[in-house]
Design a protein around this ligand. Structure first.
Ligand code: CS2
Ligand code: MG
Length: 404
């Protein structure tokens, strides 16, 4: 079998997605997700200008060799744009190989280690009562675990939470310039333990509760937050400090038993190495889409397993159904699975990407369709073209731009 063509499709059925479609001379086609939220066209160009011309004529079965060719061969290794592009090729080739074998991808990864994939959903509110309603809504949808995010008294707009003027987060994503949100770390640190106390009081000790700090704390602030949350037994504290400085987590770890999760902005195993071998984290959160594909993420999870670090793949709305399906095949096959983030997609997104995976009773399953089990309705995709959109930024009360 030979690759005959590779096309990039950028579509916006509610938000932007970048998809690579690899075609072969035997009629099989494979899909890969290359969506990099807010920087989509950089990856689209990387793929169509620099990668697609290299793929024609290659044997799609040679996944490892093609991965090494694109990673080592480029000289300029790593980085989110490169690794999202490499991921799209890798996933498309796994899709083709599994279709050729007549098997769902997870079977080629060793077969199922579990029957279904536990998820967590997002609950958020401008204040505690609104958050409690949101948790209730996630539980009614069947989610077995919930991430809780709230507004902070005195702040107008906090990421992931509706602004006080009633404007939704989704609107912010569609703006031609980034929405400016505000931030005050001390106010947040004072408020969050009360949020956890209220959620525990309402829903009891058994509900797994997660929280995402979005890289906004210093090491000592993160250590204090971890300690302050300990009485409420969080499932994890995510991205507590900026991602560039992995050593910060040594200080955090020394002071708290709150489990730590990181990795959604990491691109390679090298970002994790010390964190895993020193056992400074509990969950590795990279997405297939931003880590170079199924091939390297499987290697990371196998490495992490030796240190009791678990897989918890990033699954926000900006991972397309193609990237989500790839995650689910891995989740089913790796032994050290922890939990899968799942935010779902708009109904139109599900139509543009018809898929075999299912969500029921708070659990996902990739389905039994050969390959990834996702297709692309190209006509519908073309009817919803790219729309410029940015993630928000945040500034401190004095106007200083702060960490994401
Ligand atoms: C978040 C994401 O899902 C998460 O944990 O951190 O919403 C993240 O902010 C976006 O994926 C950025 O594109
Ligand atoms: Mg996160």
């Amino acid at each position: 079998m030979r690759i005959t063509d590779a096309q990039v499709v950028v579509t916006s059925p509610g938000r932007n997605f970048v998809t690579l479609k690899v075609t072969t001379d035997e009629g099989l086609t494979g899909l890969g997700d290359a969506t990099l939220n807010g920087r989509e066209l950089a990856v689209a160009s990387y793929l169509s200008d620099h990668v697609a011309p290299l793929l024609a004529g290659l044997d799609p079965h040679r996944i490892e060799d093609t991965w090494q060719y694109l990673y080592r061969g480029a000289y300029w290794r790593r980085g989110p744009v490169t690794m999202a592009a490499v991921a799209a090729v890798d996933v498309a080739l796994w899709d083709i190989k599994a279709q050729a074998a007549g098997l769902p991808l997870y079977q080629l990864l060793g077969g199922a280690c579990r029957d279904r994939i536990a998820t967590y959903g997002h609950a958020n509110g401008r204040d505690i009562p609104e958050l409690l309603d949101s948790v209730r809504a996630r539980l009614a949808e069947g989610y077995p675990a919930v991430r809780v995010q709230t507004g902070v008294p005195g702040l107008r707009a906090v990421y992931g939470v509706h602004t006080t003027d009633g404007e939704g987060v989704a609107v912010a994503h569609q703006r031609a310039r980034p929405l400016v949100e505000d931030w005050d770390t001390e106010a947040y640190l004072r408020h969050l333990p009360a949020v956890f106390e209220a959620v525990r009081a309402e829903f009891g000790p058994g509900l797994p509760l997660l929280h995402d700090a979005h890289h906004r704390l210093t090491p000592v602030q993160a250590a204090r937050l971890g300690k302050d949350l300990e009485p409420y037994r969080p499932f994890w504290l995510e991205d507590c400090t900026p991602a560039e400085n992995q050593e910060a987590l040594r200080l955090v770890r020394r002071h708290t038993t709150t489990p730590l999760a990181v990795g959604e902005v990491f691109n390679t195993v090298h970002d994790y190495r010390g964190l895993v071998t020193e056992q400074l984290i509990d969950y590795a959160r990279s997405a297939v889409t931003h880590f170079g594909g199924v091939t390297p993420l499987r290697k990371l999870f196998d490495f992490a397993a030796q240190y009791q670090v678990k897989a918890a793949i990033h699954g926000p709305e900006d991972i397309s159904p193609v990237g989500m399906a790839a995650a689910l095949h891995l989740d089913l096959a790796v032994h050290n699975f922890g939990i899968q983030e799942y935010s779902g997609h708009t109904p139109l997104t599900h139509e543009v990407f018809p898929h075999a995976y299912t969500f029921s009773d708070g659990h996902l399953h990739p389905g039994e369709t050969p390959g990834l089990g996702v297709r692309l309705d190209e006509e519908l995709a073309a009817a919803h073209p790219y729309e410029p959109a940015y993630l928000p930024v945040n500034r401190l009360q004095d106007g200083t731009l702060h960490d994401w």
